[in-house]
Design a protein around this ligand. Structure first.
Ligand SMILES: [Zn+2]
Length: 396
């Protein structure tokens, strides 16, 4: 199996090359906008778009053959995403262009890339550190994006394919509940306390409020200075959260690998986009909107592929109200869960994680564990939905 990693590398073009890069980015964006205006909005196939406007793109914008093909593909892909989200396609800005194997190459000998620009092929120096060098060594990447970032520097985003192990045959499922008070709780009982992050957040929030007061009142230079401090603070908070998410996902995947388990998480993404399924409560709303949970989830998926651990997403319905032992709706008060039917009581997040683990088992290859039969004979509406979940919801 293969995993695709996108490596972001800064490039050091000469001033003549900068002019050509700018011209290429502009031509690419103009071509995309032209294709988007000329081709009927309902058409999303890149081949159809190409059949309709390829000649125009080449003659009007001076694009090379493959850049014109890539522009058609970009418009098609953006239309598909926009359609899914039920939004119109945004106009294309001259900040990125797509490259394939015929117009892009990496040369290890002198650490350069070659790109087809408006005036022809150019070799541009890469500005890479140890990490990128290690990843690029011996590779022959076949696709990339030429980008201009907000810092006005130019970058090449290179796709690298890595061989990863085949997923092993799992014996059980580790359910992961993304936190109410804790950040994450697993069905094994592992827990990552949210206290530290909450404290840090509160501390930053306090500093932020006092700084923001200064920012509105002070002199011009104080205002500028406070804006800088605010920016730095948000970076620190983000880096701490990122570090923590790496630790958590690393541990969970490692444990899954050493005990041959699948990891099941709640599928909260897309809730905002789906009109018929609103987040049911404050916690769900916060979690579906929070980039921190989104990041933790993507780290789990990424590390999972790398280590051959399957990560699947299950629907979030009722995982917090249902008793994991008898599937009756129980009582949840803050951190505690109590079941009136079988009498189980304990940590509410642990109960949630165990439910996620069971639903995970029923939608994964572990089907036939007997769990589904029980759910179907029980009249709890929420869990009856689980069987209709197709494997399409699962990841990998
Ligand atoms: Zn119970």
């Amino acid at each position: 199996m293969k995993q695709v990693l996108t490596l972001v590398c800064k490039i050091n073009p000469t001033s003549e090359q900068v002019a050509q890069i700018e011209a290429t980015l502009k031509a690419f964006a103009d071509a995309c906008n032209y294709a988007n205006e000329q081709v009927k909005p309902q058409i999303t196939s890149k081949t159809t778009i190409q059949n309709l406007v390829y000649q125009d793109l080449r003659s009007l914008f001076g694009l090379s053959a493959n850049l014109a093909v890539r522009a058609c593909a970009r418009v098609g892909a953006n239309r598909k995403t926009a359609k899914q989200k039920n939004k119109p396609v945004k106009s294309f800005k001259p900040t990125s262009a797509d490259y394939d194997a015929r117009i892009f190459a990496f040369r290890e000998k002198d650490w350069t890339i070659s790109l087809t620009l408006t005036e022809g092929r150019e070799h541009i120096k890469l500005d890479v550190g140890n990490y990128q060098q290690g990843k690029l060594k011996g590779k022959k990447p076949t696709s990339a994006q030429l980008c201009k970032h907000r810092d006005a520097s130019y970058y090449i985003h290179i796709q690298i394919k890595d061989e990863v192990p085949e997923p092993f045959k799992p014996s059980h499922v580790i359910g992961v509940d993304f936190g109410r008070r804790d950040i994450a709780v697993t069905s094994n009982g592992d827990k990552w306390d949210g206290k530290q992050i909450t404290e840090i957040r509160d501390r930053y929030a306090k500093v932020r409020t006092s700084l923001q007061k200064k920012a509105t009142k002070g002199t011009r230079s104080t205002r500028r200075r406070t804006r800088q401090i605010l920016q730095r603070l948000s970076g620190r908070e983000r880096r701490f959260q990122q570090w923590l998410n790496h630790q958590i996902s690393y541990r969970i995947i490692q444990q899954a690998q050493s005990t041959s388990a699948i990891v099941a998480i709640e599928n909260l993404t897309g809730i905002r986009e789906r009109t018929n399924q609103q987040p049911r409560n404050k916690v769900e709303r916060r979690r579906s909107n929070s980039w921190a949970f989104y990041q933790l989830r993507s780290f789990l998926e990424y590390k999972g592929i790398k280590e051959g651990v399957e990560v699947i997403a299950v629907p979030p319905a009722y995982t917090s109200q249902t008793c994991h032992q008898c599937l009756h709706i129980g009582l949840r008060s803050d951190k505690r869960f109590k079941c009136g039917n079988c009498g189980w009581h304990g940590d509410a997040d642990l109960n949630g994680a165990k439910n996620i683990s069971s639903i995970g088992a029923s939608v994964s290859r572990l089907r036939g564990s007997g769990y589904l039969c029980c759910t179907l004979s029980t009249d709890i509406s929420g869990l009856l939905k689980a069987p209709s979940l197709s494997r399409g919801e699962a990841y990998l």
